[in-house]
Design a protein. Structure first.
Ligand code: SF4
Length: 964
């Protein structure tokens, strides 16, 4: 037992009427005192009275006031303000709790040996063994001098280096007064071991050489290398040297940062391991989930906490796996984050219901619109359907969650009785227990829950001492959170034959055959600790807070070294980010050989490492030899033994089945720009990410412009109207708003008046501006006698064989689908008359010649009652809606099967050239079948900035080692 625990137990046995104030309860009481203090009492600290940090600082000072005496403590505090707050806390502690509480100091000095004689005789044996003491405090001397006579024999080991001679003689005097006979014996130890240890404590003088094996120092490259080297060395010692796991420990002074990493790695190596240090209960995930609903209630049910609860399945009748990204997108889209920050449960419920229902309806409408548009991929439609399904599910599950929260809401409104509060906590705990208790991987969380249940008992004590009956939910939660943040939990039982990962202070008195002291770097050994109530830099007579903490840690390291037969110290050369790191200044005490103590030959230590090594061996063309017993592990990798990564799909049938029979210009152009994007989008059907929250997505924008222009044209022809009239009568605005409505409603953010107005004005202005261009530049705009809009087509390549014989023959079954935006018939220009003018609206990007060439051929192959049978002269171009102009003229002279392009300089090509180009593109897909990223193809360079599949592409390139 730890001596404090021993004293508390024997004192507590005879004082049932009092409660033991451990450091956690002490913090709760201090928090209570500070919380009810006035501005005058706390002075400049008043604004911080609710801060957990201040509570911790004051609690540390109050504990030390007892240990060292109030006067000694006051001399060490920073200033009068610090003294005043500590004195106030000490005074209040006495007044409010004095009679009810005792602490370890009281147990040491107030214990009455006669009162506990019988208890000690029955509870403990006849002999007392005292080990691991460096120096005894005055209170401990009093306690031990009273206790020792109760035992038949006492054996005590003391380290002569650290024992203060004066206090030892005082202790002997106390023992003599109790008629205790003392026999002293000095045990010899090796100078090789003691000299470096003494040097560490003295902190002055020439460095001492580390000889032999007792302390060895290694310098790994970075934390990752350190982790692997240390864990491999541990496993080798167990497997090759026959050590027991329980003989080994890893010691950390940055425990919370790295303990998990070491335990996971050792687990991967199948080494039994326990993380022995204690962690604050507040860091347990199970505990965080448990108090989340109560926190949410106090915070007025903000949407982000509700989403988090849904994500973790809290309050739901059965387990659901939500995709967090989808959930987030849905919450943003439905405007759940836009509501009031705090509200009652009832109001939040109605708000969420209305928003989710509205959103669901709008999503359905949008799906309907998109489904009618040919240019929308099936995969996009499926994604919209999935969104609708998620929205339906969210509507149902959020209803369940908000209903489950009703019990907590009742407390919030009416005030909470402690028992009911505990009952409510238990009801939220039950499902978590089911989730965590039977899961071997979550053993730690199960322990945290067990500790939490114990803590509820402590909460009861605290509430009783504070005399509160009708507590508010806020008050109870504040107490609970203080207890949670100060309570610690062990993650495994104390006696187990496992490698133990320990914080420095716990490693002091645990004897192990070998300890690995890792991250022995400046800033970690010692770690900087601070308490602003204390003077940080002291003088020789009165050391400052930092010096005392440094000294404490130095002594802890000393004790840690004393209690090991061998030690390996590792310090890092650099951080993970490559930043250089200094070794601990304590290393200056020693000189040592800079060999790397951990670098023995490397071999895989886990199945994962074995697979990596095997894979690497094969990739380098080798033939790794593996033992028979591990064959099953590597069997799956053998499947790839003869394959080499390539961007090519070997099997034509695979490409045919992924691509299908129908193609459109958009898909073909995608292939030309970036074959890999074509592969991801068209063949694997991955969805592109797009930010469509505050503006219309490119698809929606395109659909809006096309649909608006179509309906304006239909209206103009039907009414025999002019664009002037359309503009005067605000017809454009009316049409645009009507069409956009379907998209605006699909997202609540867009329905916000300002966002909605901005979007509608943008689209109306663009379209109106374009119509003005047609009105003012009729000739340039090539307005025909008649106009056809939105002419969908679906042509088998075989049906176009007279125009494109190559494609027709080879890929006759392929279907070319699309839509010609507009055809003007009989367009008279100054010098010539065009039978047909084909045009395509462009809302953003500039168009491509290939589209004009292909669409011209398609137009020539179409049979339509409104189109002339044998057009002679056809012009094709793009109508750039935003820029109010046309661009890129292509004139097709059918009698000569020729196309003239307005390139600079002008160029011409025959229909068979167009056929050949299309054939080449199709061959790329079906014959070459190589889908490299555009950015790897030099002449393309990739259009990666706006690519919605950038992440997928980059992760593949990265795992292949870049653009090789
Ligand atoms: S990021 Fe660039 S190279 Fe990769 S798929 Fe997108 S466009 Fe192609």
């Amino acid at each position: 037992m730890v001596i404090d625990q021993f004293a508390d137990e024997v004192y507590g046995h005879n004082h049932h009427e009092m409660i033991y104030a451990d450091k956690h309860l002490l913090k709760v009481f201090i928090a209570n005192i500070l919380e009810s203090a006035t501005q005058k009492e706390l002075g400049p600290f008043y604004p911080l009275k609710d801060s957990l940090g201040l509570v911790g600082f004051v609690a540390e000072a109050v504990t030390q006031a007892k240990d060292e005496g109030e006067a000694a403590l006051m001399a060490r505090l920073a200033n009068d303000q610090a003294r005043s707050i500590v004195q106030f806390a000490l005074k209040e502690m006495k007044v409010v709790y004095g009679a009810n509480l005792y602490d370890t100091f009281d147990a040491y000095v107030k214990i009455d040996a006669e009162e506990i004689r019988d208890y000690v005789a029955s509870r403990f044996s006849k002999r007392l063994f005292l080990d691991g003491f460096t120096n005894l405090s005055w209170a401990q001397m009093i306690f031990l001098s009273k206790i020792m006579p109760l035992f038949q024999d006492t054996f005590m080991t003391l380290d002569p280096i650290s024992v203060d001679k004066d206090s030892w003689s005082k202790f002997l005097e106390l023992l003599a007064a109790k008629s205790v006979e003392v026999l002293e014996e000095e045990l010899a130890s090796s100078a090789k071991v003691t000299v470096p240890l003494e040097r560490l404590l003295s902190d002055q003088g020439a460095p001492v050489s580390l000889e032999g094996d007792f302390i060895r120092v290694a310098r790994p490259r970075d934390p990752e290398a350190e982790l692997i080297q240390v864990c491999r060395d541990i496993k080798r010692r167990i497997v090759d040297d026959g050590m027991l796991p329980g003989e080994i420990a890893v010691v950390l002074n940055n425990f919370s940062e790295r303990a998990r990493e070491f335990s996971r790695k050792l687990e991967e190596y199948e080494v039994p391991v326990k993380v022995s240090g204690e962690e604050p209960l507040s860091s347990s995930i199970a505990v965080q989930l448990l108090i989340l609903p109560f926190r949410a209630a106090l915070a007025g049910y903000p949407s982000h906490l509700l989403i988090s609860m849904l994500d973790h399945g809290l309050g739901l009748r059965e387990a659901v796996q939500f995709d967090l990204d989808g959930l987030e997108a849905l919450a943003r889209g439905a405007g759940l984050y836009i509501g009031p920050r705090r509200s009652s449960l009832q109001e939040r419920r109605s708000e969420w219901k209305a928003k989710l229902e509205g959103h669901l309806e709008a999503q359905k409408q949008r799906l309907e619109v998109l489904a009618q548009d040919d240019s929308v991929y099936d995969i996009d439609l499926q994604a919209r359907e999935a969104e609708i399904q998620l929205c339906q599910e969210m509507l149902e599950k959020s209803g369940q969650l908000l209903e489950a929260l009703q019990g907590i809401e009742k407390f919030r409104e009416d005030g909470a009785d402690l028992e009911l509060f505990q009952k409510e906590l238990s009801s939220w705990m039950e499902p978590l227990k089911i989730r965590f208790l039977d899961n071997a991987d979550l053993e730690t969380e199960a322990m945290a829950l067990a500790k939490f249940e114990e803590l509820l008992g402590k909460l009861k004590v605290v509430v009783n001492i504070m005399g509160g009956k009708n507590q508010t939910l806020q008050g109870l939660m504040a107490l609970l959170e203080i207890l949670i943040s100060s309570e610690e939990y062990r993650s495994s039982p104390p006696l187990a034959n496992k490698v133990e990962i320990l914080p420095l202070h716990s490693a002091r008195f645990r004897h192990r055959s070998i300890k690995y002291i890792v991250d022995f770097n400046d800033g970690i050994f010692p770690s900087r600790r601070t308490n602003p109530l204390y003077s940080l830099d002291g003088s020789r007579e009165i050391p400052g807070y930092c010096q005392i903490k440094e000294r404490e840690q130095r002594q802890a390291l000393y004790s840690c070294l004393c209690s090991s037969s061998q030690v390996v110290i590792t310090y890092l050369s650099a951080s993970r980010e490559g930043e250089l790191m200094m070794p601990s200044l304590w290393l200056d005490s020693w000189t040592f050989e800079k060999t790397n103590a951990l670098e023995r030959e490397t071999a895989p230590m886990s199945s994962a490492e074995l697979m990596i090594q095997f894979g690497r061996g094969m990739a380098q063309g080798g033939e790794p030899v593996v033992p028979e017993s591990t064959q099953s592990l590597i069997a799956p990798l053998k499947l790839y033994a003869d394959s080499e990564f390539s961007w090519r799909i070997e099997d034509l049938a695979v490409v045919q089945s992924l691509v299908g029979r129908s193609l459109s210009y958009t898909r073909l152009s995608e292939l030309c720009k970036c074959p890999f994007k074509f592969f991801l989008r068209r063949m694997l059907r991955l969805e592109e990410q797009s930010n469509e929250l505050y503006e219309l997505s490119p698809i929606e924008k395109g659909i809006t412009y096309h649909a608006a222009l179509k309906s304006l044209y239909d209206w103009k022809q039907k009414e025999n109207a002019t664009w002037d009239r359309a503009i005067e009568e605000c017809k454009v605005k009316e049409v645009v708003e009507g069409i956009m409505q379907r998209f605006l409603a699909a997202n609540t953010v867009r329905l916000l008046p300002s966002v909605r107005r901005a979007m509608a004005e943008d689209a109306t202005g663009t379209i109106q501006g374009y119509l003005e261009f047609e009105r003012d530049n009729a000739e340039k705009a090539c307005i025909g006698e008649r106009t056809l809009v939105e002419l969908p087509f679906e042509r088998r390549l075989a049906d176009m064989a007279c125009l494109a014989s190559g494609c027709g023959k080879k890929y006759g079954d392929m279907i070319l689908r699309g839509r010609i935006d507009r055809i003007d018939i009989n367009v008279a220009q100054k010098k010539k008359v065009y039978d047909l003018v084909l045009s395509d609206y462009k809302s953003g990007s500039s168009g491509e010649w290939d589209q004009l060439k292909l669409y011209t051929l398609v137009l020539l192959s179409l049979e339509h009652k409104d189109l002339p049978r044998s057009p002679e002269l056809i012009r094709s171009f793009f109508r750039k809606v935003r820029e109010r102009t046309i661009s890129m003229n292509l004139d097709a002279i059918t009698s000569q099967s020729r196309m003239d392009l307005s390139t600079r300089p002008k160029s011409s090509l025959s229909f068979s050239d167009v056929d050949r180009e299309l054939l080449q593109t199709l061959d790329k897909i079906f014959e070459q079948r190589e889908f490299r990223p555009g950015k790897m193809i030099e002449e393309k360079g990739g259009d990666c900035y706006f690519c919605g599949l950038k992440q997928n592409c980059e992760s593949i390139l990265n795992c292949r080692g870049g653009m090789q």
